[in-house]
Design a protein. Structure first.
Length: 94
């Protein structure tokens, strides 16, 4: 598999295992984290950013992308949803 700058499936699976088994998160919470992390990895790919070298500029660009791109239903993403997505990304990096 070529090096793409996005987390490997194995790393992502290990993150979800950590959430389930070490942090005791419910299946619904893990699914929410999965959807949030998917948004981040899609953005990484489109932006050409590398998850291994996150910068403040990248974080601000990701936040800005979330707030200016409506959902598939045409609605703006709620501020609470943006915060959930950013919190998921922060947890991924811990």
């Amino acid at each position: 598999m070529p090096d793409t700058g996005i987390p490997s499936p194995e790393l992502v699976a290990a993150f979800f295992d950590y959430l389930k088994y070490d942090r005791g998160r419910s299946p619904g919470t893990v699914e929410t984290y999965r959807n949030c992390l998917k948004r981040y990895t899609v953005w990484l790919s489109k932006a050409g950013a590398d998850y291994r070298e996150p910068t403040l500029v990248d974080a601000e660009a990701f936040r800005a992308a979330l707030t200016r791109n409506p959902t598939k239903h045409g609605n703006d993403i709620a501020p609470s949803t943006v915060n959930t997505i950013l919190a998921t990304v922060a947890t991924f990096y811990r």
